[in-house]
Design a protein around this ligand. Structure first.
Ligand SMILES: [Zn+2]
Length: 348
């Protein structure tokens, strides 16, 4: 708990080993990079100074609406619409994760978002993988299909994940506005990825109800993006049934605390459902979702979970361990990352 003797106000949160499973590349650009890329491509920006542009993005994200949260992405996606930009953004994201104390990271991107800007899905994936590889960091790419798109497009996205699965793509995800776009609409894309041996995660139970978590699991998702509504059924009995089923299925939840507050899925960090999820015995880790939009770092999120949400250092350590174990990276990467966690996270 916050008064835990093992922690002090001087806790070095960056130095703590951490794991990042859920971060969108188009939501995590460095503000200075975004300005440079926009200038190079002639993309109009609402602010011309890096700090002010970051503040604009954050204000939009903190509006309490997932739909408004997604508006800033129009700018970042337009800025990223070249192979060199994708390579740079991926490289910098990996470097930032390492500098923030991550021992392992997974980044995600919906390649088809760049198609209207003239870049093929293949070009996006290849450039992004090149950037991640240049960092020489322990990391991988999750290909996202946008659930607001036609299922034919999420099928194309799944095929991209399959095509590059031996070259650094580690998973497939359904992303985008959740409400009115249930994962079942994209069952075929999930099937294609699953049957090809690509690991599945799925945004579910964030702006829509907890039943979507189990729907995603029925399609083969072994991890859930957010999923916090799993502990908010209409009745205690429904919540219990959902949670029991999620435990039976051994689902892992990629929880992104500040992002959940910004989209209105959680009322505050103090009241964040992650405490109830841990208490219910669910497998949970902590990620950032969109560092630029939410103006967060993983270190900051971990600190907030301790100081504001009330998780103990022992609980934080379990989040990191669970995240490493449930990473989609190869077993040898997970083993090496776990060894760093065991050696570097203070025992409690
Ligand atoms: Zn997300």
């Amino acid at each position: 708990m916050p008064g835990d003797k093992k922690t002090t106000p001087a806790q070095d949160w960056r130095a703590l080993p951490k794991v990042l499973l859920h971060e969108h590349l188009d939501g995590g650009l460095r503000p200075s990079t975004l300005l440079e890329l926009c200038a190079a491509r002639g993309v109009p920006v609402p602010e011309t100074e890096a700090g002010a542009l970051a503040a604009w993005m954050h204000a939009n994200a903190d509006s309490g609406s997932l739909e408004r949260y997604l508006q800033g992405f129009a700018i970042t996606v337009a800025a990223m619409a070249s192979e060199s930009a994708c390579e740079r953004v991926a490289f910098e994201a990996a470097e930032d994760a390492r500098a923030d104390g991550c021992v392992l990271a997974e980044f995600r991107m919906a390649p088809l978002l760049l198609e209207p800007h003239g870049l093929s899905g293949e070009a996006v994936v290849e450039a992004t993988l090149a950037g991640l590889a240049r960092s020489r960091f322990r990391c991988g790419l999750i290909v996202c299909g946008m659930r607001t798109d036609n299922p034919a497009d999420t099928i194309r996205s799944a095929r991209l994940a399959v095509k590059y699965r031996d070259q650094g793509v580690v998973g497939f995800d359904l992303a985008g506005a959740e409400k009115y776009y249930p994962p079942g609409d994209h069952a075929e894309s999930m099937r294609i990825a699953r049957e090809a041996g690509v690991s599945l995660t799925c945004h579910a139970g964030e702006s829509d109800g907890g039943e979507r978590v189990l729907e995603a699991a029925s399609l083969g998702a072994v991890r859930i993006g957010h999923g916090i509504r799993i502990v908010h059924g209409d009745t205690p009995e429904q919540t219990r049934a959902w949670v029991d089923r999620a435990r039976e299925l051994d689902l892992h939840f990629e929880v992104c605390p500040s992002s959940n507050v910004h989209t209105g899925a959680a009322s505050s960090l103090e009241a964040h459902p992650i405490r109830a999820m841990i208490a219910a015995g669910l497998s949970v880790s902590c990620s950032t979702d969109n560092r630029l939009m939410s103006h967060v770092t993983l270190s900051g999120e971990m600190e907030a979970l301790h100081t504001r949400t009330g998780l103990s250092m022992a609980q934080l350590r379990e989040l990191v361990r669970a995240g490493v174990k449930r990473s989609f990276l190869p077993q040898w990467d997970r083993a090496a990352a776990l060894a760093e966690v065991e050696a570097g996270f203070p025992s409690t």
